[in-house]
Design a binder for this molecule. Structure first.
Ligand SMILES: Nc1nc2c(c(=O)[nH]1)N[C@H]1C(S)=C(S)[C@@H](COP(=O)(O)OP(=O)(O)OC[C@H]3O[C@@H](n4cnc5c(=O)[nH]c(N)nc54)[C@H](O)[C@@H]3O)O[C@H]1N2
Ligand SMILES: Nc1nc2c(c(=O)[nH]1)N[C@H]1C(S)=C(S)[C@@H](COP(=O)(O)OP(=O)(O)OC[C@H]3O[C@@H](n4cnc5c(=O)[nH]c(N)nc54)[C@H](O)[C@@H]3O)O[C@H]1N2
Ligand code: SF4
Ligand SMILES: [Mo]
Length: 717
């Protein structure tokens, strides 16, 4: 083939950022495969990587700005779009104040360095009503890091490549490929723990794809984790299994913590978490005895009312067994752009303002997204009048009692930065689509901060940016100039435009790399530069994680805080609370991810949705039998706030009394993506109560819902 080319870059669909080789013929992608030279993924890709081709060629993907005309959209020019947006947003701000404009920043935003301009836009808006996917995701993990290490940016990473004992709590990396511990080809990394004689334990209500390749699966009842962890600490203290030298030297608050755990015996915990008391004892003993050990916890435990205290207890167990900041434990990276080193100086405001109901506190300049719909809808002062969404689909991905779509239609003005007309963006007045991922040249600065190995990798463009195409950062920069509150906006706007067009995220990253721990300024000619990274196939391996907590920690006494008073008080409250039992809503509902699905937006790519229905409710055979339900039958799943209808999938992989439904479905609500509309599924977030969330951060309590299930009332054809 004369015009056949192969370009090496990364798949940016999820945090793993696997290296890929994209082969093209003319303007078509013909093949996507793993890049064997990639220093992180070593040739691995999951089935989603090929979706990049489907996305690029998808006729439904928007290529020009669209403006609402009644119930449809029509194309307009970029200049006309920006002019109208500027005028409408400035008018709203003038009439109702800066907080009348809200912004939601969605998950894929974090997968591109364009996010820097997203945050600049957030700053320029001067709004209190800023939201992101963080508050249905890792907020509790950040809060625990803030209280224990002094900054929310100091979330430690599990050193999976060197540990001898890996305990996975509420995460399914065999499918998700890791999160806030970025580990492409997680399955191989997990198998490698076992190959080198280590042990892998998965604690999860479902025998997951990860549990299948582990040494042991401990089935736990949803929400049982804080009891299990407190009881493990009870055993560690009672049997004097802690690393007393480390406790003495680096940690504060162990005695206070022991006063709390003294009441939480394994027998007490067993009744609350469904794990046998002897198993809890053994988990504690084995963690202490291993030459290195790490508990790695993620969204299965974040998305609970107890999210923060669970993450805190996870870090405590790692710390008191001597496994924080040492190889094989929880560590910090030394990334090419050392953003966390700089950002940890930022003050973390908490509770400085709230949502309009006064119940949800702002945490690090952000409000929990579950309050969004009501803060648009409810009449009265402080109401949100205009909205910007950037790379997010909160109608499907956040709990809003089904009110968000209606809320968006009631806004004075709504602008979306997105390449699809989704269940959310279909309510926009103007949609601004960025170019496809394959038309971007980038250097990721975020995920190297959470990677299991230090690395620097470059993302080359596969196709030239189309003449009229803009990248996210260019769109966001133009929005900044439109909303800048600076005086003489016309003049300063022009000036800013001129500056921004020269300051691409790639240039900012180049400076960051030069100033970073591996850069020219530190290492002289041995240091790395963006050019060197670009010229090295597969990227540059910067070695295993190094101890560096002593340099990074921001607590007053420079020790890890084991007993922050508010967390102790909340844990005491949780221990003393009666165990919740509802006779009507008798099943616990949790989430589940699939290897071919990515949150809410890959369902328009035919290869991602072919085969059997994935939006099913998974239930134990005994639970199905007592309700006279059979596999494939459609059922109504009802929670205290909503009902959805989905088919049943029966499997003994899930514990009795618990059911699992994936999120990101419910496409009939939009019916604007032609492929996705053919297998819509149902929106599980209609079942989650926006009032139920993590006590500290208000993070969505998406695994804290109870439901009732019965045969579907209506026959759907
Ligand atoms: N019930 C339940 N709900 C959940 C979860 C759960 O486990 N259970 N998980 C939560 C989690 S962890 C997350 S992160 C959120 C994710 O939820 P969101 O933050 O809402 O993100 P997505 O659903 O991935 O939607 C991404 C949108 O961005 C658009 N997009 C994709 N790439 C780009 C790009 O490069 N630029 C721009 N401008 N747009 C782009 C897509 O078209 C899509 O509309 O969902 C959360 N919701
Ligand atoms: N294929 C695919 N990969 C993805 C995504 C995707 O949608 N699809 N999304 C990406 C995103 S945005 C994120 S944040 C990450 C998330 O990555 P992970 O944190 O690995 O998320 P999940 O795969 O949802 O795994 C959560 C696990 O928690 C379990 N769980 C639920 N409740 C409880 C509980 O109370 N206690 C315990 N111990 N376990 C519980 C569930 O059964 C499930 O196995 O994945 C990323 N990768
Ligand atoms: S795990 Fe899959 S979706 Fe994630 S980066 Fe790798 S290939 Fe892409
Ligand atoms: Mo996420």
């Amino acid at each position: 083939m004369p015009d056949q080319r192969t370009v090496n870059r990364q798949c940016t669909l999820c945090e793993a950022h696997c290296g890929i080789q994209v082969t093209t013929e003319g303007q078509r992608v013909t093949f996507i495969e793993g890049d064997p030279a990639d220093v992180m993924s070593r040739g691995y890709i999951c089935p989603k990587a090929t979706a990049l081709a489907g996305l690029h060629h998808d006729p439904d993907r928007l290529r020009t700005p669209m403006r609402r005309n009644g119930d449809t959209f029509e194309p307009i020019t970029w200049d006309a779009a920006f002019a109208e947006i500027g005028q409408r947003l400035r008018a709203t701000r003038k009439q109702h104040g800066p907080s009348s404009i809200a912004m939601y920043l969605g998950n894929p935003a974090a997968h591109s360095p364009s996010v820097m301009y997203g945050l600049l836009l957030r700053a320029a808006l001067l709004t209190r009503n800023f939201y992101s996917a963080s508050s249905v995701d890792q907020f509790p993990q950040e809060f625990a890091a803030w209280r224990m290490f002094g900054s929310s940016f100091l979330m430690p990473v599990a050193d999976i490549d060197r540990t001898q004992r890996l305990v996975i709590l509420g995460a399914n990396p065999a499918v998700s490929n890791g999160s806030v511990t970025t580990m492409p080809n997680a399955k191989k990394r997990i198998r490698d723990v076992r190959r080198r004689g280590g042990k892998v334990v998965v604690i999860d209500p479902r025998r997951t794809e990860t549990a299948r390749i582990a040494d042991e699966h401990v089935a736990i009842d949803p929400g049982g984790d804080p009891y299990l962890l407190l009881a493990m600490l009870h055993v560690l203290n009672e049997e004097k299994l802690v690393d007393s030298e480390v406790v003495e030297r680096n940690l504060s608050g162990w005695d206070e913590l022991c006063r709390l755990t003294s009441e939480v015996t394994p027998e007490f915990a067993a009744a609350r978490c469904g794990v046998d008391a002897e198993v809890i004892r053994r988990l504690a003993r084995e963690h202490a005895a291993a030459s290195s050990a790490v508990v790695y916890a993620r969204i299965g435990v974040c998305q609970h009312t107890t999210g923060t205290i669970t993450h805190w207890l996870v870090n405590v167990i790692n710390a008191v067994t001597g496994n924080v900041d040492r190889p094989g434990g929880q560590m910090y990276t030394t990334p090419p752009v050392d953003a966390m080193r700089w950002l940890r100086w930022l003050p973390i405001p908490y509770g400085n303002w709230t949502d309009r109901s006064g119940t949800r506190k702002a945490f690090r300049f952000e409000l929990p997204v579950s309050g969004l719909a009501q803060d648009i809808i409810n009449e009265g002062p402080g109401r949100i009048r205009a909205m910007i969404t950037y790379a997010g689909n909160p109608v499907l991905s956040t709990p809003q009692r089904g009110k968000l779509a209606e809320a968006l239609t009631s806004l004075d003005f709504y602008v979306a930065v997105d390449m699809y007309v989704t269940e959310t963006t279909r309510h926009a007045d103007i949609i601004l689509p960025p170019v496809s991922p394959l038309e971007r040249e980038e250097f990721d600065v975020l995920f190297p901060i959470f990677s299991v190995r230090n690395n620097a990798r470059y993302n080359a463009r596969v196709f030239d940016t189309p003449d009229e195409g803009l990248e996210d950062w260019e769109i966001l920069a133009r929005l900044v100039t439109e909303v800048t509150p600076l005086p003489l906006r016309r003049f300063t706007g022009e000036l800013l435009n001129g500056v921004f067009s020269r300051v691409s995220p790639l240039r900012i990253a180049a400076v960051g790399v030069a100033l970073g721990p591996h850069g020219l300024l530190r290492r002289g000619t041995r240091g790395i530069t963006i050019k060197k990274i670009k010229d090295t196939p597969g990227g540059i391996d910067l070695g295993p994680l190094q101890p560096r907590l002593a340099k990074l920690i921001r607590t007053k006494d420079r020790r890890v805080q084991l007993a922050p008073p508010d967390l102790i008080a909340e844990a005491r409250h949780v221990v003393n609370a009666p165990s919740p039992r509802s006779t009507k809503f008798d099943l616990r509902l949790i989430g589940r991810r699939h290897l071919r699905s990515n949150n809410s937006w890959l369902h328009n790519v035919p290869t991602m949705v072919k085969g059997r229905d994935r939006c099913t409710v998974l239930m134990h055979p005994a639970d199905a039998a007592t309700r006279n339900l059979t596999a494939g039958q459609r059922v109504d799943v009802t929670s205290p706030v909503g009902t959805i209808t989905v088919p049943v999938e029966v499997s003994s992989d899930i514990v009795r009394g618990t059911v699992a439904i994936p999120h990101g479905w419910g496409h009939h609500e939009g019916a604007t993506w032609s492929v996705a509309a053919q297998h819509p599924g149902a929106n599980v977030n209609l079942l989650h109560d926006p009032e139920v969330g993590d006590t500290f951060t208000g993070n969505g309590g998406l695994n804290s819902t109870s439901v009732h299930i019965e045969a579907a009332a209506k026959i759907v054809t």
